[in-house]
Design a protein around this ligand. Sequence first.
Ligand code: HEM
Length: 162
Amino acid sequence: MNHGFLGYRTSFMLDFVVVALVLIVPALVYSLAAVKRQQYRLHRKLQLLLGVTLLIAVGLFEIDLQWIQGGWMNVVAKREVALTEDQLAFVRRVLRIHLVFAVSTPLLWATTIGLALRHFPSPPQPAPHSSLHKTLGWLSTLDLVLTSVTGLVFYYFAFVAK
Ligand code: HEM
């Protein structure tokens, strides 16, 4: 256990994921702005890059949290100031909500990317697949943002807040 680079008693990898979740938002905004400018090739490249980055970040995160730290309760147990029963109940509730988004996001992303690669021409252009893709694309974006926000809320109340 070290003091991660955010300065709290968590771990380097947990902090890395927190920073990745924050950085992903501007990348996503940039990728959607590329669609507006009709730079579909750039949009495809950025979305594939984001997909791979997310997969690696989440993979490292799970390895660190489950295998190295032995689960989030172990991280919480190392807090300088212990959580009260009420705080622990709140943190569990936030975690349950977070997991709904965290589990559905990779499934939705994989579906959106898989269908887009199969149904858009190359180089990518608007096509009959556009309307389904826009729906899936916005749902994927919303799911990812809710995963990030609820994950950060959990991180803050479980590991940081006094
Ligand atoms: C999970 C990954 C992806 C997400 C979240 C995503 C998201 C989006 C969103 C939200 C839009 C609509 C923007 C608007 O309302 O104007 C869009 C448009 C588009 N995307 Fe993606 N996208 C993803 C992957 C891809 C990939 C891999 C390709 C290419 C193979 C692609 C090609 C396009 C094209 C061509 C459009 C324009 C459709 C049109 O306006 O007719 N996207 N994307």
